[in-house]
Design a protein around this ligand. Sequence first.
Ligand SMILES: [Zn+2]
Length: 185
Amino acid sequence: MMFNTHTFPLLLTAALILAGCGNSNGQSRSKSTSTMDTTSQYDHSNNPYYSHSDTAKLSVPTSEWKKLLPDELYYIAFEKGTERPFTGKFWDFEGIGTYACAVCGNVLFQADAKFSSSCGWPSFFKTDRKDALQYHMDRTHGMIRTEVTCGRCDAHLGHVFDDGPKPTGQRYCINSVSLEYLPGK
Ligand SMILES: [Zn+2]
């Protein structure tokens, strides 16, 4: 059997995904009944601003966030980084629950607004509430896009495009690194 240059990386990726499927309780990973090994990507115990109920706007200097956040999260959130597609924790995750800002805990999206997108980042067609996000014109990388940041802490989350599914037609394309998944509800 011949592998061409397109199929080989796909097979390699599939092999790596299969190799990474096992978890400690012996359950096999299934897209329809996925459960997370842990409910949190990060330890928020040292972050005094982290809350799923407080929606008051924060004004925290980035120098303080740098001390509080893991490097990877700080880079995406405050240096406007982008994780590589198809690498994040949530791009193909289908758990029932809520997604919050990983920096401050602000509730951003419900899982029932998440849809399968081929872009390689978690994609949602609507926000949890009107003020969950803020919108900014982004002219970087030779494109005109709409950047979305957290409505509470101003962390960069991703971008929103108008090629999403009905009923909104919007596609919020968000870095997995920037999200915390809260199971249930
Ligand atoms: Zn936030």
